[in-house]
Design a binder for this molecule. Structure first.
Ligand code: ATP
Length: 268
């Protein structure tokens, strides 16, 4: 499955360069209600899964321009399923996905033309192609992509399969960001990566969200790190959202996480 499925917008030349920083309290949203701000993508009471298995049930969440939303949960809680359902890669048993406030049943390919990009947890790069050619496939512009991660400049001619795990994630993220998405969904970008690289990737997502108004949804196991950049968060347990919060709600998340592990949670 390709993480970059269609061309994005290529107009404009502004870039973030390396001017990225961690999220901060000044981004704190005032509310977790789903109708308090404009939404790019919304899941409304979505139930979805695999065959007879309902891996998520009645999930509601909204991602908004300029905000990073983090989705947490234990293994098997339904995080990846939520992302797949959000980009219509899984059939829904009930509920709706809304894009710009309207029901959307389009393929991810069609959604990407409307600015929705999805980076799966195993980013699909074409290993035999150079970094430059992989970036060209994203059609967002090589220079724009490299501006997000200047480290890639020196690697442009290298076959992508020879990049480290962190560099491959940089490639996948920069390729998606260079298309100027309005919504970017990223599944477990930290998988197998060193903490410093994870911080770097999260900081870039946060900066893109803030500077370009991208609505970002990240699935992340490293909750503490992700909370450093998240404006909002939701905790999934057994396929349902059991707790939600805003930036700085560390104690609430820790308590809810612990409760979800011990099974003493109620579905919200
Ligand atoms: P992890 O953090 O381990 O990746 P997750 O929170 O992303 O977990 P999902 O991958 O969404 O969880 O899985 C939710 C449930 O759906 C789990 O019970 C899982 O076993 C099941 N599941 C996931 N993919 C499939 C599939 N292709 N076929 C059948 N069941 C699946």
């Amino acid at each position: 499955m390709a993480d970059i499925v269609a061309e994005g917008e290529t107009d404009g030349t502004a870039s973030l360069g390396s001017d990225v920083s961690r999220g901060d309290a000044s981004r704190t949203p005032q509310s977790t209600s789903s109708d308090s701000a404009e939404s790019v993508l919304e899941l409304r009471e979505v139930t979805s899964g695999y065959g007879d298995l309902e891996a998520i049930r009645g999930v509601c969440l909204t991602i908004r321009p300029g905000e990073v939303t983090a989705l947490f949960g234990a293994n098997g809680a339904g995080k990846t399923t939520t992302l797949l359902a959000a980009v219509n890669m899984l059939p829904r048993k009930s509920g709706e996905v809304l894009l710009d406030g309207r029901p959307c049943r389009s393929s991810l390919h069609a959604m990407s033309r409307r600015g929705v990009m999805f980076v799966p947890c195993a980013p699909s790069i074409i290993k035999k192609l150079s970094v430059r050619d992989n970036l060209k496939l994203g059609r967002g512009g090589v220079d724009d992509a490299v501006a997000y991660f200047p480290e890639l400049e020196a690697l442009l001619r290298r076959p992508a399969g020879l990049l480290s795990g962190g560099e491959q994630q940089m490639l996948a993220l920069s390729r998606a960001l260079a298309t100027r998405p309005r919504a970017l969904l990223v599944d477990e970008l930290s998988l197998g990566l060193a903490p410093l690289i994870v911080d770097r990737l999260l900081a870039t997502l946060s900066a893109a969200s803030r500077a370009r108004g991208v609505a970002v949804l990240i699935v992340e196991q490293q909750a503490r790190r992700a909370l450093g950049v998240a404006d909002r968060w939701h905790l999934l347990a057994n396929g349902s959202i059991v707790e939600s919060g805003v930036a700085g709600d560390h104690a609430a998340l820790e308590a809810a996480y612990l409760a979800s592990m011990t099974g003493s949670v109620t579905t919200k």
